[in-house]
Design a protein around this ligand. Structure first.
Ligand code: NAP
Length: 255
């Protein structure tokens, strides 16, 4: 019997097999979960192709988190397919190019607002889709990048992650009485499509390799996936509003 036997999970953010969410989906399936994936906009076809690398191939539904009608349609589709949902993975992040790269002053509100909406507010939007179907409690897990400090090049995405951390705490406050837990996994750098779109991402890779006491492999998403699966399971039933660092210990080290 797997850690997630009998669980019905919604997994966002599977774009390619390098996506953090793909590793979570693969492991969650191996641990007995039934899955539905979501894909967004032009990436939907790519998500469908990537889904075929999972066994069994999960259904893929459309979800662009900035489209309220798609949130409603997703909730209705999940209600029809499953009736209830046990958990969801939020693996969604995007910032317009001007929001990243080291010129913090270059971005205006029009671009910053996109970053905040897609990367932080979207956790609340996803909660709108799934929590009405969590009558028996549930678990929301989102992927974070430690937002307690200012990083090189990460800029407004860092601000968006700080907002995501706060959104998660407020959701934990409001959903806790219904038995719904909300937690984040703050991952170290892993080579994915989103990571490659950050100019200067190699600087993170180098820093992590040198400083993480446990070492860090930028090509291995499995430790991150294991933490997400654990949080989606019943094993951490008294944990909410938490940020679990899966970064080789980097966050705990001084310079
Ligand atoms: P990824 O494979 O590129 O996944 C990012 C996902 O976000 C894609 O599936 C993308 O779909 C989706 N997305 C973007 N805009 C969206 C929208 N409006 N609606 C719905 N989905 C949307 O990269 P990843 O690194 O695995 O990223 C997953 C999460 O992990 C992100 O929150 C990221 O910040 C976080 N994270 C990553 C790292 C890392 O080093 N890779 C470290 C810590 C945290 P489309 O491309 O189709 O829009």
């Amino acid at each position: 019997m797997g850690l997630l036997s009998g669980k019905r999970l919604l997994i966002t953010g599977v774009l390619t097999d390098a996506s953090l969410a793909f590793s979570v989906a693969r492991l969650a399936g191996a641990e007995g979960a039934e899955l539905i994936l979501t894909g967004a906009g032009r990436g939907l076809r790519l998500t469908e192709r990537t889904a075929r690398k999972l066994d069994p191939t999960p259904e893929v539904l459309e979800l662009d988190v900035t489209q309220p009608d798609q949130i409603t349609a997703l909730r209705e589709a999940l209600a029809e397919r499953w009736g209830s949902v046990d958990g969801a993975l939020h693996a969604i992040g995007f910032a317009p190019q001007v929001c990243l790269g080291g010129d913090f002053m270059a971005a205006g509100w029009e671009d910053v607002s996109v970053s905040l909406e897609v990367s932080a507010y979207s956790l609340k939007a996803l909660a709108d889709a799934v929590t009405p179907l969590m009558d028996a409690g549930g678990s929301l897990v989102a992927l974070d990048f430690d937002a307690t400090v200012a990083w090189p090049v990460y800029d407004w995405m860092g601000v968006s992650k700080a907002a995501l951390e706060s959104v998660a705490r407020y959701l934990a406050r409001d959903l806790g009485p219904r038995g719904i837990r909300v937690n984040l996994v703050a991952a170290g750098p892993v080579r994915t499509m989103a990571a490659r779109s950050i100019p200067g991402f190699e600087a993170f890779e180098e820093a992590w390799t040198q400083r993480a006491p446990l070492g860090w492999d930028v090509n291995d998403a499995d430790p991150v996936a294991r933490a997400c699966v654990l949080l989606l399971s019943d094993w951490l039933g008294a944990t909410t509003g938490e940020i679990l660092h899966v970064d080789g210990g980097y966050h705990a080290m001084g310079a």
